[in-house]
Write a protein that binds this ligand. Structure first.
Ligand SMILES: NC(=O)c1ccc[n+]([C@@H]2O[C@H](COP(=O)([O-])OP(=O)(O)OC[C@H]3O[C@@H](n4cnc5c(N)ncnc54)[C@H](O)[C@@H]3O)[C@@H](O)[C@H]2O)c1
Length: 220
């Protein structure tokens, strides 16, 4: 396959680029002709937390929100000079919520909100700021979360059936969306690109087991 050149010679910085979605983004930008710098860390990443202690919440905000903010702040002087752009990785659940995941959901909702606020502030400098909100993407993190569940196969099946498209997304598909936002979507700023296989569409059974259900009856 011939190498694509839509981002030829540009410098791209990717955080968490060693695996999963980050690795998909690194690969996609390399294929687009960019020079890619990425970082990662050695110790295992935190899982999607279910407990809501203030300490755990603070730790997650530190990584997901403040980490994103800090790197962006350092990069902005360069981005203003080069007319570059920022792509944050948020999450669908930041927009629609998810049960038993309050800190994660709140941190991602904040990433989306920060994206929009920064897009407004940076527009005067010609820097676009967008985010991608993935739904279920099959990554090592997803594998680890599934493996920790009592019935991993059932968890993976539920995660797959959540998408009308009948599958999970691939890291390469997030990479392709990131290259699109960076190189072609030149009139997009403050955009939240939902990359979800349609998971947020339509009605579903959403009352939880403990909810008192009030079902209307048909007139006889
Ligand atoms: N996989 C999904 O279904 C999904 C859905 C929505 C959003 N997301 C988001 O996408 C991003 C990537 O998720 P993933 O599924 O690819 O996870 P992953 O665990 O498979 O990969 C994440 C990578 O980031 C690295 N990392 C973690 N903390 C870091 C830090 N502080 N500094 C540098 N590197 C760090 C990890 O070492 C790992 O290599 C996360 O922000 C996640 O919340 C994922």
């Amino acid at each position: 396959m011939a190498a694509r050149t839509c981002y030829l010679g540009k410098v791209v910085v990717v955080t968490g680029g060693a695996r999963g979605i980050g690795a998909g983004i690194v690969r996609a930008f390399l294929e687009s002709g960019a020079h890619v710098v990425f970082c990662d860390k050695d110790d295992p990443p935190p899982q999607w937390p279910e407990e809501t202690s203030a300490h755990g919440f603070r730790q997650l905000l530190e990584v997901n929100l403040l980490g994103t903010y800090t790197l962006t702040k350092l990069a902005l002087p360069h981005l203003r000079k080069s007319q570059g752009n920022v792509i944050n990785i948020s999450s669908l659940v930041g927009a629609i919520g998810q049960s038993q995941a309050l800190p994660y959901v709140a941190s991602k909702g904040a990433v989306t909100a920060m994206t929009k606020a920064l897009a407004l502030d940076e527009s005067q400098y010609g820097v676009r700021v967008n985010c991608i909100s993935p739904g279920n993407i099959w990554t090592p993190l997803w594998e680890e979360v599934a493996a920790s569940m009592p019935d991993p196969k059932a968890t993976i099946r539920e995660g797959t059936l959540a998408q009308p498209l009948g599958r999970m997304g691939q890291p390469a598909e997030v990479g392709a969306a990131a290259v699109f936002l960076a190189s072609e979507a030149t009139f997009c700023t403050g955009t939240e690109l939902l990359l979800t296989g349609g998971a947020e569409l339509g009605y579903g059974r959403k009352a939880s087991r403990g909810t008192a259900v009030d079902i209307p009856t048909l007139p006889s």
